[in-house]
Every structure is written in structure tokens, then in C-alpha cells.
Design a binder for this molecule. Structure first.
Ligand SMILES: O=P(O)(O)OC[C@H]1O[C@](O)(COP(=O)(O)O)[C@@H](O)[C@@H]1O
Ligand SMILES: [Mg+2]
Ligand SMILES: [Mg+2]
Length: 334
């Protein structure tokens, strides 16, 4: 038992090893991790707690909210409001940033989250998760505005996701590798179980929603066509396909055994550059995947180099094993 490393101990050791993890960031991560534990508890209870089904409301993106989208959002807001390390939070479920009220302690960080990712899967008992990203407000401003959030992903000081599945796991990066923690449900603590998680450079597995094939652009048609051609095609090997429709579950699979995940821009709504949101889906996952040795692009650029124009901006996503992401990105260059 004593050789077990809890999240708290890991964070203190990180702080000592890499001065880059300041105490207020450590406390912020502990607060987010506590919130994820509470969300895991609600997700795991399911019908027993009456949390399945639709909330009967919509979010800023025009998507129907599940009860658990709202519950997870509230848990994250409430936990972090009192944490004392934040200036503001932004969420998939809220149009505008949520500032920390004046009477509460404030800090210099900005927290963005997708409180429940893959929420269409919740009622059918398939893995869902929480994704988060942490930025520092410019000049440590503790009364930040929406404009202060609009920083490229390369400025992230931390990112992570929790996946609520057969095991509840928390995966984190601060820019010094990727670490995975498993929730010990009896003890109620996150325990370090995966050190230096890495994405293999090559893969035989891809993930894309094939039902959108007729809407894809030519480079994606070409690439997926080659994957499907298998051994007889130009890539000379067979590929397997997976599509969970929970980005957290796909990224977790990729970080565990490799693969490429794609949610490209398509012709369904030409005004949108993709389905996934840059600030609380694309950027944190790109940071994690890069730290694990993989690549993440929008087909043209490194995702983390994109300077956002809006809080809920969308982005095309190609991420995972280096060789495959480089190949499909190359096909976009002509
Ligand atoms: O249903 P589709 O079009 O395949 O989209 C699935 C994608 O949408 C998402 O569910 C979007 O996330 P939310 O559930 O947070 O809106 C991703 O997790 C997933 O990769
Ligand atoms: Mg999501
Ligand atoms: Mg969501």
C-alpha cells in the first residue's frame, strides 16, 4: 500500500522536480480532480440516481443537453469557484465565461472544460469523460474577460481528461510527459498507475465517423480510401476501425495502444471548420497527444498554433500516431 503514489503526492513531487508546477496550479488540479471524482460518482450511479436522459434544455451550440451535461457542469463550477486559483471558467455548456464572484478568492488561471464529453453515449452505458485545459490570464489578471481566453493552445500550462468507463481514469500533462491515475473507488483516491504514457509512432487502427464519408474533402477521401484498401492498396497493410463517438475514449485508446482519430471539416455546414471545439476539446487533447509523442493537426497546421477567434470555435482534428497524422496532413498540402 505504502508504495502507492496518490495524485497529491505525485503533484508535490512534480513541483519539486520541475519548478514549472507552481503551488496554485497544483491546488487547481487537485480541485479539478476532486470534481471529476464527483462526476464519476454520478455517472457510475446512473439510473439509481435518476441522472440519465435529457435535461430538456439546449446549450450555446444548439445541442440538446443531457441531465449529466448539466450536473457535470455544475459540479465543476461549484468546486472551482471556491478553489481560489482561478479568474474565470469557460465551458461547452455556457455561452459566456463564468467569472469568479468578487467576494470569493481569485487567482491567475483560466479553466476551460467540456464537462461531459460523448454525452450521447451516457444512456447506453458507454464510456464518457471530462476534458479540461488551463491557461494563465495575461499578466496574471484576476478579473479576466472573454478576450483573455483567446490564446493559442501552445500557452496551455496544464491539460487533462477523465474517462468514466470500466475504470475511472484521470490523464494529465503539465508539459513534462503524460501520467495516468486510476480511481480507487473504495479509498476514493486517484492513484498513479500509468507513467510516461506514449503513443506508438505507427498504427494499424483508425477512428472516423464513416457515415459522413460523402461530405469529406478530397484529402480525407484519399487517405481513408487508402486505409480501406488495406494490404492490396498503396499503404500495403490492413487497418482496423473503431468509432466510440466519445473523443475521450478514442484518445484514451490511442494513448494506450496507438491509432489515429479524425473528425475532419466536412461539407454538411461549410461555415463550420469541424465539429469539435478548439478550446476545450482540440487543444487539451492536442497537448496530451503531443506530450505522449504523437501529433495533432487540423489538416493544415498544428492545432496548438491556432489563435482562437471565439470561445466556442470549432476545429478539424487529426490526432494520434505520428506517421499516420503526418501522412493525412501531407495529403492536405496538395
Ligand atoms: O456523433 P458524431 O458525429 O460521431 O460525433 C462524435 C463526437 O462528438 C462528441 O461526442 C462531441 O462531444 P460532446 O458530447 O461533448 O458534445 C465527441 O466526443 C465525439 O468524438
Ligand atoms: Mg465533447
Ligand atoms: Mg460535452
Amino acid at each position: 500500500m505504502s508504495s502507492r503514489i496518490s495524485l497529491s503526492r505525485f503533484l508535490i513531487e512534480e513541483q519539486r522536480l520541475h519548478g514549472a508546477l507552481p503551488p496554485d496550479l497544483r491546488l487547481l488540479i487537485e480541485t479539478v480532480a476532486r470534481a471529476c471524482k464527483a462526476i464519476a460518482h454520478s455517472v457510475n450511479k446512473g439510473a439509481l440516481a435518476g441522472v440519465l436522459g435529457d435535461a430538456g434544455t439546449g446549450n450555446v451550440q444548439g445541442e440538446a443537453q443531457k441531465k449529466l451535461d448539466v450536473i457535470a457542469n455544475d459540479i465543476l463550477l461549484e468546486a472551482n469557484e471556491w478553489g481560489g486559483n482561478l479568474g474565470a471558467m469557460a465551458s461547452e455548456e455556457m455561452e459566456l465565461p463564468h467569472s469568479i464572484p468578487e467576494h470569493m478568492p481569485r487567482g491567475r488561471y483560466l479553466l476551460m472544460f467540456d464537462p461531459l464529453d460523448g454525452s450521447s453515449n451516457i444512456d447506453v452505458n458507454i464510456s464518457v469523460g471530462t476534458i479540461f485545459s488551463v491557461l494563465e490570464a495575461p499578466e496574471g489578471n484576476t478579473q479576466p474577460t472573454e478576450a483573455d481566453f483567446l490564446q493559442a493552445g501552445s500557452h496551455q500550462v496544464a491539460a487533462g481528461y477523465a474517462v468514466y468507463g470500466p475504470q475511472n481514469m484521470l490523464v494529465l500533462t503539465f508539459g513534462h510527459g503524460v501520467y495516468g491515475f486510476t480511481l480507487d473507488r473504495e479509498l476514493g483516491s486517484w492513484v498513479l498507475t500509468h507513467r510516461n504514457m506514449t503513443v506508438p509512432a505507427t498504427t494499424g487502427e483508425f477512428a472516423i465517423n464513416m457515415s459522413n464519408q460523402r461530405h469529406w474533402e478530397a484529402p480525407v477521401q484519399r487517405y481513408v480510401g487508402e486505409l480501406l484498401a488495406g494490404k492490396e492498396g498503396p499503404l500495403g497493410k490492413d487497418y482496423n476501425m473503431r468509432w466510440v463517438a466519445s473523443m475521450v475514449a478514442e484518445v484514451h485508446r490511442i494513448i494506450t495502444r496507438g491509432g489515429i482519430f479524425m473528425y475532419p471539416k466536412d461539407a454538411r455546414d461549410p461555415a463550420k471548420p469541424g465539429k469539435l471545439r478548439l478550446m476545450y476539446e482540440g487543444n487539451p487533447m492536442a497537448f496530451i497527444i503531443e506530450q505522449a509523442g504523437g501529433l495533432a493537426t487540423d489538416g493544415h497546421r498544428r492545432i496548438m498554433d491556432i489563435v482562437p477567434q471565439g470561445l466556442h470555435e470549432r476545429v478539424a482534428v487529426f490526432l494520434g500516431s505520428k506517421e499516420e497524422v503526418a501522412r493525412v496532413t501531407g495529403y492536405h498540402q496538395g
